[in-house]
Ligand binder design. Structure first.
Ligand code: NDP
Length: 242
C-alpha cells in the first residue's frame, strides 16, 4: 500500500481528499490548528477499514515539515503521494493590500508547497515513484478581484509544479495541478445565497462544487493510471473557465 500525505487534511477539500485516498493508500492527515477535526477524519477512515494517522504540519515552518515527514516514515513509509492542499486567503483590493497579508498568503500557499514538495521528493527519488498534486485555484489562472496575493500564490504553484514535472519526470515522479472553482467549504462560507446564485449563473454545471469533486481528481492523479500525465493544470470548476 502506498503512503499519502494531505496537508490541510483536517477540513474542507483536504478532508475529502484524505478520505478518498484512504480507499487505496495509507493516509497521513495533516493539520495545523484543527487537531480534533483531523482526529475525526482519521476515525472516519478507520471506521471504513482504512489506515490513517493525524500529523501536525504547519507548512510555514521548516521544523514542523521535517518532523511530520519523519513521523510518517516511522509509522508507514516515505511519502509517495503528496497533496499540497493547505491554503489560506487574506483578501483585500490591491491598493489596500497590506504587505503582511501578501507575505503570509505567499508563505503558506506557495512557499509551503515548496517546503513539503522538496522534503517529499527525497523519498520519491529513492523509490523512483512519486505523485505530487498541487491544489491551486482558478484564481491562479484568471486572477480574481480582491485576491492579488492569493492569485499570485496559486499561479506560482503552477510554475513550481510544471518545473518539478520537467526535472523529475525521468524518475517516474509526476507533478500536476488541480484548479478548483467555487467549492463549498469554510473558505467560501462568507458567500450569501445571492452571491452563490450569481456564481452558479456563470457555471455550465448548475451547482457549487463539492470537496468530493476535487478528491476524485486527486485520486486519479495520485494513482498508477495517471503515469503518463505530468506538468498539467486541470480546472475542476463546473465549466467556469471554459
Ligand atoms: P479550508 O479553509 O476549509 O481549509 C484550509 C485547510 O488548510 C485547513 O485544513 C487548515 O488546517 C490548512 N492550513 C491553513 N494554514 C496552514 C498552515 N500554515 N499549515 C498547514 N495547514 C494549513 O479551505 P478549503 O478546503 O476550501 O481549501 C483547500 C485548498 O483548496 C486551499 O489551498 C484553497 O486555496 C484551495 N481552493 C479552495 C477553493 C474553494 O472554493 N473552497 C477554490 C479554489 C482553491 P487547520 O484547520 O488544521 O489549521
Amino acid at each position: 500500500m502506498k503512503t499519502a500525505l494531505v496537508t490541510g487534511g483536517s477540513r474542507g477539500i483536504g478532508k475529502a481528499i484524505a478520505q478518498k485516498l484512504a480507499e487505496t493508500s495509507n493516509v497521513a492527515v495533516g493539520y495545523s490548528n484543527s487537531k480534533e477535526q483531523a482526529v475525526e477524519v482519521v476515525n472516519s477512515i478507520q471506521a471504513n477499514g482504512g489506515n490513517a494517522i493525524a500529523v501536525q504540519i504547519d507548512v510555514t515552518d521548516n521544523d514542523s515539515v521535517e518532523k511530520c515527514f519523519e513521523l510518517i516514515e516511522k509509522e508507514f513509509s516515505s511519502v509517495e503521494i503528496l497533496v499540497n492542499n493547505a491554503g489560506i486567503t487574506k483578501d483585500n483590493i490591491f491598493p489596500r493590500l497590506k504587505q503582511d497579508d501578501w507575505d503570509s498568503v505567499i508563505d503558506t500557499n506557495l512557499t509551503g508547497s515548496f517546503r513539503a514538495s522538496q522534503r517529499a521528493i527525497k523519498g520519491m527519488m529513492k523509490n523512483k515513484w512519486g505523485r505530487i498534486v498541487f491544489i491551486s485555484s482558478v484564481a491562479g489562472i484568471s486572477g480574481n478581484m480582491g485576491q492579488s496575493n492569493y492569485a499570485a500564490s496559486k499561479a506560482g504553484m503552477i510554475g513550481l509544479a510544471k518545473t518539478i514535472s520537467k526535472e523529475l519526470g525521468s524518475r517516474n515522479i509526476t507533478s500536476n495541478v488541480i484548479a478548483p472553482g467555487y467549492i463549498d467549504t469554510d473558505m467560501t462560507s462568507f458567500l450569501d445565497d445571492q452571491q452563490k446564485e450569481e456564481i452558479i449563473g456563470q457555471l455550465s454545471i448548475k451547482r457549487v462544487g463539492k470537496p468530493e469533486d476535487i478528491a476524485n481528481m486527486v485520486a486519479f492523479l495520485g494513482s498508477d493510471e495517471s503515469e503518463y500525465i505530468t506538468g498539467q493544470v486541470f480546472p475542476v470548476d463546473g465549466g467556469l473557465t471554459t
